[in-house]
Design a protein around this ligand. Structure first.
Ligand SMILES: [Zn+2]
Length: 139
């Protein structure tokens, strides 16, 4: 029997986040890994796309400091919102926590942390955020 194929949707991506798994769509043909997932590979047009778990570390490629936030994030403001290029290739946007004075730096190493205490007023999907990699030696 074939594996049960989870739909290649952003809803499914957040469902995996809820299970503390960072997943990307992977092209079985050319190996491209993408977030958000797509059913057709944007590089080689293959339809052989499936889910794969990817590394949670990456480097900050761009960021901005948010002072006026959507209501559910206003308690965090001002905060840093950035785009991180993950080690496996996909680029993932998110809030960056744990920076003294919101002092972000392009190229800094960040890792995904899963939100376990999302307030009830948050959108229904579980969330994640980025934080600085604490020790390079750690697994
Ligand atoms: Zn491909």
């Amino acid at each position: 029997m074939e594996n049960v194929v989870s739909p290649l949707t952003i809803e499914q991506f957040y469902k995996f986040i809820g299970e503390k798994k960072l997943m990307a769509a992977e092209c079985k043909h050319c190996g491209l890994k993408i977030i958000p997932p797509k059913p057709i590979c944007p590089k080689c047009d293959s339809r052989e796309m499936g889910w794969t778990e990817i590394k949670t570390r990456g480097k900050l490629i761009t960021y901005t400091v948010i002072y006026v936030a959507p209501e559910e994030f206003q308690h965090l403001a001002p905060y840093v919102y950035g785009i991180v290029e993950l080690e496996d290739g996909p680029r993932l946007p998110g809030i960056i926590k744990g920076l003294p004075n919101n002092d972000a730096e392009i190229g800094m190493e960040l890792e995904v942390e899963f939100e376990t205490t999302a307030p009830a007023t948050w959108p229904q999907w579980p969330r994640y955020y980025f934080r600085p990699v604490k020790s390079k030696g750690e697994q």
